[in-house]
Ligand binder design. Structure first.
Ligand code: SF4
Length: 315
């Protein structure tokens, strides 16, 4: 049993959840900022270059003024990684209460748009908290006494889609799906590119959708999957996405996709479920690692996909 000294205090959990959420809303993490700067510097079309330059300026202005970097809050969500030896004071019910409280307080304090409404009555509680809101996903880590809280503000209405492919569709089927997905959302004006694309391949339908979102939001720019087959696919899909030429904010340009991250899950022998999620140019996330002594470290890389999380064998 953990002693009182080992417990991670409720107040510290709340503060970390609040601060991760606030920072995520305001500051694009460094890997994203650098990727947008590279896209701006390498862009050949003047209009797209201008738009990318405005995006970078906007990112910096948001930090300077401590204000949200996009007027649309998207859907605030949390990813919590829990060390096997970690013990939050008050248990996981208290942890979830802290996460919900933090969303409400940050919404009020930095004037996030209150996006979350009842899906039928459209009742808006005004604080981004409601039934299953914010959503919270969990993973675990061996030999650790910390817990990590990652806040993501996932741009709202576009980019996620699902398709059941079959083994015979192969890599070409995944490529076709990516192009259809990008064209469909761009045509309807529901895309704010350049985007970071997550592709979830395999598992069951719900698993691949979840993996695609995590791949889009929780890996840094330029990161490659440890499986060389998957890594090669990530390179191919990134190149393909940029060949569409939609460009920054769909105005035509060289960079439509900053990066593609793919994740796999072992699946039914007869099928290949695939999901795609796009993380819009409001590239917002922040991770807090919280130790039992109450101190927190903040960083831009969630380190969500650990070797343990992607483990293949029994242990
Ligand atoms: S899609 Fe992203 S960039 Fe566009 S309005 Fe929504 S949050 Fe902002």
């Amino acid at each position: 049993m953990p002693t009182a000294l080992d417990l991670i205090a409720q107040e510290a959990i709340y503060r970390a959840a609040y601060e991760a959420n606030r920072r995520a809303a305001v500051a694009v993490p460094l890997d994203g900022l650098r990727a947008y700067e590279r896209a701006r510097d390498g862009e050949s079309r003047p209009l797209a270059r201008y738009v990318l330059a405005q995006m970078v300026d906007n990112f910096k202005l948001a930090v300077a003024e401590g204000r949200p970097m996009c007027g649309d809050t998207g859907l605030p969500r949390y990813y919590v990684k829990i060390g096997n030896e970690a013990a939050p004071e008050g248990g996981f019910v208290a942890l979830e209460r802290a996460l919900r409280q933090a969303v409400a307080e940050v919404t009020h304090d930095i004037q996030l748009r209150a996006n979350r409404v009842h899906p039928l009555t459209r009742r808006n509680p005004g604080n981004n908290v409601g039934v299953f809101a914010p959503s919270v996903d969990y993973s675990f880590e061996p030999d650790a006494d910390w817990l990590e809280i990652t806040a993501v503000h996932k741009g709202g209405l576009f980019g996620t889609d699902y398709r059941m492919l079959f083994p015979g569709d192969g890599i070409d089927g995944i490529k076709r799906f990516l192009l259809d997905n990008m064209a469909a959302f761009a045509r309807r004006g529901l895309s704010c590119p350049p985007v970071t694309v997550g592709v979830g391949i395999g598992g069951a339908k719900d698993q691949c959708v979840r993996l695609s979102k995590e791949a889009a939001c929780l890996r840094v720019q330029g990161d490659r999957h440890p499986d060389p087959t998957v890594a090669a696919l990530e390179d191919e899909l990134t190149e393909l996405g940029n060949k569409t030429g939609f460009g920054a904010m769909g105005l035509g340009g060289d960079t439509t996709v900053l990066d593609v991250h793919a994740e796999i899950a072992y699946t039914h022998t007869g099928g290949t479920p695939v999901a795609i999620s796009q993380f819009c140019h409001a590239y917002r996330r922040c991770t807090a690692r919280l130790y039992p002594d109450g101190h927190a470290e903040y960083r831009g890389d969630p380190q969500w996909f650990t070797p343990y999380y992607r483990r293949e064998g029994i242990s």
